[in-house]
Design a protein around this ligand. Structure first.
Ligand SMILES: [Zn+2]
Length: 348
């Protein structure tokens, strides 16, 4: 899906004291949005359909798709005209627009921790895209977006079942359920996705999840955490998707092990391979830079195993899930080969 921005500008992301990121929107960007709304009643009406963050979660309604059609002649449709006229009066209220921008502004890159500079501040593109603003959050999202000029391209980040709702990650989802709960509350909603429900309600694994969350906070040997979690999942015969959910939740423990030669040697085969874990997370939670990096690094180990093409295929698949199919398969392959050639010690 491709959507054109109502307006774009520069914004700044700043670390807040509670560890979250705060979006500070430049004044000229707000001015551009106001301008666009004043010039075109249709745009104003569309902005009016967006959440201000003050509605009750269950009260948010999905507007008719007809409202989003690009053709100007839509303005002549009786239904559309009524919607436009009715909305206009309220939409031009600056307060409301500011609230709408606060909840619906999208940054060019999803605000992952690694885009924040050392000083905790990063400049980034910011914009208002109406249709993508309706995409809800899930902790096992199936879509991401890429920006080209003032267009936002929404693409699948994993396989999507027919009828499945399209969802984005609003925040880092490679963290345990309690952290995600905090993050969703900061956004003003309670996440009720399958993954959150499973991780907070599953009787057989609940104790293990709580214990692992504690161990993660207390530090220590992350290999012990990973080995115990894998063992519990195996014993409870957890389905692959649920295993992937928990691996995603304790991703920082897994990556701490893979980052340490000492821990890899200590725990050996009791820790599943990095490539396997990356692939399982990408299938259930969607491709992203973290799993792509892990897959690349994991592929180094598979390099000498003879299943080279299979490994390359997996990297390309996660790469395209991360950046969209706008990245051609052969381009992704070439990049992968260059990466391997340039540094046999892959250190991304
Ligand atoms: Zn969730």
């Amino acid at each position: 899906m491709m959507a054109k921005a109502v307006a774009i500008g520069r914004g700044v992301l700043q670390d807040t004291t509670d560890g979250g990121e705060k979006m500070v929107v430049w004044k000229d960007f707000v001015g551009k949005v106001l301008d666009a709304a004043e010039k075109c009643p249709r745009t104003a009406a569309l902005i009016h359909t967006l959440s201000t963050g003050e509605e009750q979660q269950d009260d948010l309604v999905v507007p008719e798709m007809a409202l989003f059609r690009q053709e100007p002649e839509d303005l002549n449709l009786t239904d559309g005209t009524n919607m436009v006229r009715e909305g206009t009066q309220e939409v031009l209220d600056v307060d409301r627009i500011l609230k709408v921008l606060d909840v619906n502004c999208l940054t060019e890159d999803a605000p992952a921790a690694d885009v924040l500079g050392n000083n905790g501040i990063v400049n980034c593109g910011v914009g208002l895209w109406i249709l993508p603003s309706f995409i809800n959050h899930s902790c096992h999202p199936n879509a991401r977006r890429t920006h080209v000029g003032d267009h936002a391209i929404v693409h699948a980040s994993r396989d999507i079942k027919a009828g499945e709702e399209i969802t984005f990650p609003y925040f880092d989802v490679l963290v345990p359920v309690s952290k995600r709960r905090e993050a969703s509350r900061a956004w003003g909603f309670e996440c009720k996705c399958d993954r959150c429900r499973f991780e907070s309600e599953d009787c057989t694994l609940k104790q293990e999840i709580l214990k692992s969350e504690n161990d993660l906070v207390n530090g220590g040997d992350m290999g012990a955490l990973v080995v115990r979690l894998e063992e519990k999942m195996r014993k409870s015969m957890a389905k692959e998707r649920r295993k992937a959910f928990l691996r995603a939740s304790f991703w920082s423990a897994y990556s701490a092990v893979y980052d340490s030669d000492k821990l890899v040697r200590k725990w050996g085969r009791r820790v599943p391979s990095e490539a396997l874990v990356a692939e399982s997370i990408a299938d259930a939670v969607g491709g992203n830079e973290n799993v792509l990096r892990a897959m690349l690094r994991g592929s180094k180990d598979a390099n000498g195993c003879g299943n080279w093409l299979e490994v390359e295929d997996k990297v390309v698949r996660i790469g395209r899930a991360t950046y969209g199919k706008v990245v051609k398969r052969h381009a992704m392959r070439a990049l992968f080969r260059l990466t391997l050639d340039a540094n046999n010690n892959i250190n991304l």
